[in-house]
Write a protein that binds this ligand. Structure first.
Ligand SMILES: *Cc1c(COP(=O)(O)O)cnc(C)c1O
Length: 420
């Protein structure tokens, strides 16, 4: 459920009419709903009430805007970060260091040191050597780094190949059949407080079965580790729950997920960590855009909008579907292709789709753009970096400026020898 709805024929974000935002900020622009973020945060938390001791670390790569992080910090969420930059954002938003989990397959030595200095709550180790380096860094500080070992359970999450992370050929985690031996060796380091294991098998999961299979393997691993004499106090079950992108998509609800988790983990006796990203942010944002032209095409007309693949990369990257609706629909329909201005054929949001009839100057939105939207934006084709607006009831604020091409250009230099 989200708080983007028509009132008197005009799409609103909560109590704000979207044309007011387009007028004030221009387009394209991401628009987020505070009430939707809060609701998703609460629904996910409530869904896990039956799962015992639970920690929630929002995967901030889904939407790392500092205002969004502040809302989620208010809701009691910690953060799952994958770079020092994300860690800085989480800290800037007021998330306590102890509630930050550092994931990521390529943490640099410098990042590990920065995270130790910040005092973050959990390092998710991706390989043995990383554990050795972290142990040495912590030992030199007379500390013990809190850590878990990320394992790769070798299950196919059944999602798009580019967001599948739990098959053995994927780059993430250590092979599950090597985990016990590795745990034995790493747990001998004074600088490590190795507490358990982590998994994350992929994103936009539309079926709970692969997750349940992965959790079952983790349950067996926990038993093996305990049999080998290790104290296992924590298991990180990652993120990955999908969201509906199409009007008729049916996905497992957070409640379905929570019931599965409670069942799968009933006898584990550990603290559970969750890293939800998309399920919190996906439906909490839309990309507001203006139609530049309706260009006649051979089969269908091309609706050329002022948002492009550099603003919303998911369609070009993952063949993703984003629902498009007019902000003030006339009731007429049209068959159309929807594309942006970027000079790539991949800059096409839809082909041959039945949409609200639109004409030059009309506003429209791509729905479900709150996750993996603005955060993946670039300035390709020397376009501006897309701004972000947060709505809360009847007020809104720009929470990320539009970065104009002049600003980007100002950071580039012509070397002395090319000057004239
Ligand atoms: C991306 C990621 C997540 C969040 O995934 P969602 O599908 O957005 O829930 C959680 N944990 C890790 C380690 C990730 O890489």
């Amino acid at each position: 459920m989200d708080h983007f709805a028509y009132r008197d024929g005009v799409m609103h974000a909560e109590d704000v009419a979207l044309p007011a935002i387009a007028e004030a900020v221009g387009t394209p622009v991401y628009v987020y709903s505070t009430a939707t973020f809060r609701r998703h945060a609460q629904v996910f938390r409530d869904a896990l009430k039956g799962a015992g001791r639970v920690h929630l670390a929002y995967a901030i790569k889904a939407n790392p805007n500092v205002a969004v992080l502040r809302v989620l910090a208010d809701e009691g969420y910690g953060a799952d970060v994958v770079s020092a930059g994300e860690m800085q954002r989480a800290l800037a938003a007021g998330i306590p260091a102890s509630d930050i989990v550092f994931s990521g397959v390529g943490k640099t030595r410098r990042e590990l040191a920065q995270a130790l200095d910040a005092g973050i709550g959990q390092f998710n180790l991706e390989l043995e050597e990383e554990g050795e380096v972290l142990a040495a860094l912590a030992h030199a500080r007379r500390e013990r780094a809190p850590a878990v070992l990320r394992v790769n359970p070798d299950v196919d999450a059944g999602t798009h190949a580019k967001i599948s992370t739990g098959r053995k050929e994927n780059k993430f985690g250590v092979a599950i059949d090597q985990a016990v031996a590795m745990f034995d060796r790493l747990s001998k380091h004074d600088g490590l407080d190795l507490r358990g294991v982590a998994i994350h098998i992929g994103s936009q999961l539309a079926d709970l079965a692969p997750l349940e299979a992965a959790y079952a393997r983790i349950g067996e691993l926990v038993a093996e580790l305990r049999a080998a004499g290790h104290t296992i106090s924590r298991v990180d079950l990652g993120g990955g729950l999908g969201v509906p992108y199409k009007p008729n998509d049916v996905l497992p609800s957070p409640a379905d997920y929570g019931a599965m988790v409670a069942r799968a983990t009933a006898d584990w006796d550990v603290e559970l960590m969750f890293e939800p990203g998309r399920v919190i942010a996906g439906n909490a944002g839309v990309l507001l855009t203006e139609v530049i032209w309706v260009k006649p095409g051979v089969v269908n007309p091309y609706v050329i909008v002022d948002a492009a693949m550099n603003d919303l990369a998911r369609v070009a990257m993952y063949d993703a579907y984003h629902d498009f609706v007019a902000v003030a629909p006339s009731g007429e329909r049209m068959m159309a292709n929807i594309a942006g201005p970027v000079c790539e054929t991949g800059d096409t949001f839809a082909m041959g789709r039945d949409i609200d009839a639109v004409k030059s100057g009309d506003l429209g939105i791509f729905r479900t753009a709150g996750a993996y939207g603005a955060t993946m934006a670039s300035t390709y084709n020397s376009r501006a970096l897309v701004p972000e607006v947060l709505v809360d009831g009847d007020r809104f604020a720009v929470v990320a400026d539009r970065i104009h091409p002049e600003t980007i250009l100002a950071a580039e230099r012509v070397p002395e020898w090319l000057k004239r």
